[in-house]
Write a new protein. Structure first.
Length: 50
């Protein structure tokens, strides 16, 4: 059985990337997709899916 690890830092990174994503949506709409990998990855790690 695996030990539970803290996901707090992943949630912080998720919200940081989410802020970058939202900022890019309003400022540089054509580049918002560059923040999608970070947002999705850290959401999955925060939910302990990967």
């Amino acid at each position: 059985m695996e030990a539970q690890q803290s996901t707090g830092k992943y949630w912080i990174l998720f919200f940081l990337w989410l802020g970058i994503l939202v900022t890019l949506m309003f400022v540089y709409r054509e580049f918002f997709w560059l923040a999608l990998p970070g947002t999705v990855t850290y959401f999955a790690k925060g939910m302990d899916l990967i």
